[in-house]
Design a protein around this ligand. Structure first.
Ligand code: HEC
Ligand code: HEC
Ligand code: HEC
Ligand code: HEC
Ligand code: HEC
Ligand code: HEC
Ligand code: HEC
Length: 309
C-alpha cells in the first residue's frame, strides 16, 4: 500500500471520528428519566449508558446538589438514585473527559403535591409516564432481576433480597415507614397492571381497607365524613411508603389541615369569627377534630363536644 493511501485513510478516519464527536449520543444516552417527567415521589432514578472511550466522569446536578458518578468501566450502564424537591427540578447530567466538559443533557422533572397550592398544578409541559413495561425493563434486565419475588403477606427477612430494592431502596428511608412498604411487600398495593405493571387501585382506599378493615367499619358507620376521606385517595395526606412524620402523613398535622383550610389560620379566624375553637397555634387540629369521620358535626371528637356544651 502506497504511503499516500495510508495518509488518505488517516485523514478519512480523523474526519469520521471528529464527525462522531459532534453527534450527540456518542458520549452518553439517558435511559431514564424521560424529558418533562411528572411524579409524586421525591426520589428519581438516573440511568445513563456511557461511551467509556469518550467519557471518564459524570456529574448529576439537581436543586439539592451535585453528585459524582465514578464510572465503573466494567459495565456499560451507570445508575444513581437521587433525591428531588417539590415543584420543578432541573436535572443536568454533565459528562467529562480529562476534566473537560464534553456533553450536557438536561431533564426537567416536576414533583407535584395535592397539599400545597403552589405544587398542585404542574405547568403544562410535564406529563406522567410509566417505567415498568417490557421495552424499558429489557435495558436493565441483563444486570437487575426485574421479576416480583415477594410472597403475599410474608415479610422479607432481609429486605435487600427484594428484587425491587436495588432500584427503589430510598423510598422507605424515612423516620416512619409503613409496614407493608418497610417489609418490601410492594405488590400488596401495586397490584394492578395497565400502562405499568405496578399500578395501584383507583381510588387506593380499596387496598388500604384490605388490611385496615376496622377503620373501614368504623368510618363507614360514622355520620359525618371528611371530603378527602370520601375521595378515597388516602395518599393525599398519607405517604403510603414512608415519611418524616408519625403515621406517614406528608406534613405535620396542622400544616396538612391548614394547607386546605387557610381560613383556619388563627389570625384570619379572628376576623371571620368562625366557630372553630382552634385559635391557639400550639394546639393540634387533631386534638379536637378527627381527620377521617365522626358522629359529631365538624368531625369533632366526642370529648370536645362536651367541652363546648
Ligand atoms: C450492565 C449492568 C447494569 C445495567 C444494564 C443496569 N444496571 Fe442498574 N446497577 C447495576 C449495578 C452493578 C448496581 C449496583 C452498584 C451501584 O450502585 O452502582 C446498580 C444500581 C442501580 C441503582 C441504584 C443506584 C444507587 O444510587 O444506589 C438503580 C436506581 C439502578 N441500578 C437502575 C437501573 C435501571 C433503571 C436500569 C435500566 C434502565 C439499570 N439500572 C441497568 C448494574 C446495571
Ligand atoms: C432496574 C431498576 C428497577 C427495578 C429492579 C424496579 N424498578 Fe420500579 N422503577 C424503576 C424506574 C427507573 C422507575 C421510574 C421512576 C423513578 O425513576 O423512580 C420505576 C417506577 C416504578 C413505579 C411507578 C410506576 C411506573 O411504572 O413508572 C412503581 C410502582 C415501581 N417502580 C415499582 C416497582 C416494584 C414493585 C418493583 C419490584 C417488583 C420494581 N419497581 C423494581 C426502576 C426499577
Ligand atoms: C400501602 C400501599 C402501598 C405500598 C405497600 C407501596 N406503595 Fe408505592 N404507591 C402507592 C400509592 C397509593 C402510590 C401513588 C401515590 C400518589 O398518588 O402520590 C404509589 C406510588 C409509587 C411510585 C410512583 C410515585 C410517583 O412518583 O409517581 C413508586 C415508584 C412506588 N410507589 C414504589 C413502591 C415500592 C418500590 C414499594 C415497595 C417498597 C411500594 N411502592 C409500596 C401505594 C403503595
Ligand atoms: C398489606 C397490608 C396493609 C395495607 C394494604 C395497608 N396497610 Fe397500613 N398498616 C399495615 C400494618 C401491618 C400497619 C402497622 C400495624 C398497625 O399499626 O395497624 C399499618 C399501619 C398504618 C398506619 C399507622 C397506624 C398507627 O396507628 O400507627 C397508617 C396511617 C396506615 N397504615 C395507613 C394506610 C393507608 C393509607 C393505606 C393505603 C394506601 C394502607 N395503610 C394500606 C398494613 C397495611
Ligand atoms: C385529610 C387528610 C387525611 C386523609 C385523606 C386520610 N388520613 Fe388517615 N390520618 C390523617 C392524620 C392527620 C392522622 C393522624 C391522626 C392523629 O395524629 O391523631 C391519620 C391517622 C390514620 C390512621 C391511624 C389512626 C387511626 O385513626 O386509626 C390510619 C389507620 C389512617 N389514618 C388511615 C387512613 C386511610 C385508610 C385513609 C383513606 C381511606 C386515610 N387515612 C385518609 C390524615 C388523613
Ligand atoms: C386535601 C384537602 C384537605 C385537607 C388536607 C383537609 N381538609 Fe378538611 N375539608 C376539605 C374539604 C374539601 C372539605 C369540605 C368542604 C368544606 O366544607 O370546606 C373539608 C371539610 C372539613 C371540615 C368541615 C367543615 C364544614 O364546614 O362542615 C372540618 C372540620 C375539616 N375539614 C377539618 C380538617 C382537619 C382537622 C384537617 C387536618 C387533619 C383537614 N380538614 C384537612 C379538604 C381538606
Ligand atoms: C380546641 C378544639 C379545636 C381545635 C384545636 C381546632 N378546632 Fe376546628 N373547630 C372546633 C369546633 C368546636 C368547631 C365547630 C364550630 C361550630 O360549631 O361552628 C370547629 C370547626 C372547624 C371547621 C368548620 C368551619 C368553621 O370555621 O367553623 C374547620 C374547617 C375547622 N374547625 C378546622 C380546624 C383546623 C384546620 C384546626 C387546626 C389549625 C382546628 N380546626 C383546630 C374545635 C377545634
Amino acid at each position: 500500500m502506497r504511503l499516500s493511501h495510508l495518509y488518505l485513510r488517516a485523514v478519512i478516519f480523523l474526519f469520521i471520528s471528529s464527525a462522531n464527536l459532534v453527534s450527540e449520543d456518542k458520549f452518553i444516552e439517558v435511559l431514564t428519566p424521560q424529558e418533562n417527567r411528572l411524579q409524586t415521589e421525591l426520589t428519581l432514578n438516573v440511568v445513563v449508558k456511557a461511551d467509556k472511550k469518550s467519557v471518564d466522569a459524570i456529574k448529576i446536578a439537581s436543586p439539592l446538589g451535585v453528585i459524582d458518578i465514578n464510572l465503573d468501566n466494567s459495565r456499560e450502564m451507570q445508575c444513581k438514585n437521587i433525591s428531588l424537591r417539590l415543584g420543578e427540578n432541573r436535572v443536568v447530567i454533565r459528562s467529562y473527559k480529562n476534566k473537560i466538559l464534553v456533553d450536557e443533557k438536561t431533564r426537567d422533572v416536576y414533583v407535584a403535591s395535592q397539599l400545597y397550592h403552589q405544587f398542585k398544578y404542574p405547568p403544562q409541559k410535564y406529563s406522567k409516564s410509566y417505567f415498568h413495561n417490557d421495552t424499558n425493563e429489557k435495558s436493565c434486565a441483563s444486570c437487575h432481576n426485574m421479576s416480583v419475588n415477594e410472597v403475599k403477606g410474608v415479610a422479607f427477612v432481609d429486605v435487600t433480597k427484594s428484587n425491587c430494592y436495588s432500584c427503589h431502596k430510598n423510598i422507605t428511608k424515612e423516620k416512619y415507614a409503613h409496614a407493608p412498604a418497610a417489609n418490601w411487600l410492594c405488590t400488596s398495593c401495586h397490584d394492578k397492571k395497565n400502562q405499568s405493571k405496578y399500578l395501584t387501585q383507583e381510588p387506593v382506599n380499596g387496598s388500604c381497607f384490605e388490611c385496615h378493615e376496622e377503620n373501614q367499619e368504623l368510618w363507614s358507620a360514622a355520620k359525618y365524613h371528611h371530603e378527602p376521606l370520601d375521595s378515597g385517595d388516602c395518599s393525599r395526606c398519607h405517604n403510603p411508603h414512608a415519611s418524616p412524620y408519625a403515621m406517614f402523613i406528608r406534613k405535620e398535622v396542622n400544616e396538612i389541615c391548614l394547607g386546605c383550610h387557610k381560613e383556619q389560620n388563627s389570625r384570619a379566624r379572628e376576623k371571620e369569627r368562625s366557630g372553630c375553637m382552634g385559635v391557639d397555634e400550639s394546639q393540634k387540629c387533631t386534638s379536637c377534630h378527627t381527620p377521617h369521620a365522626s358522629n359529631q358535626p365538624f368531625f369533632l371528637k366526642k370529648m370536645v363536644n362536651k367541652v363546648i356544651k
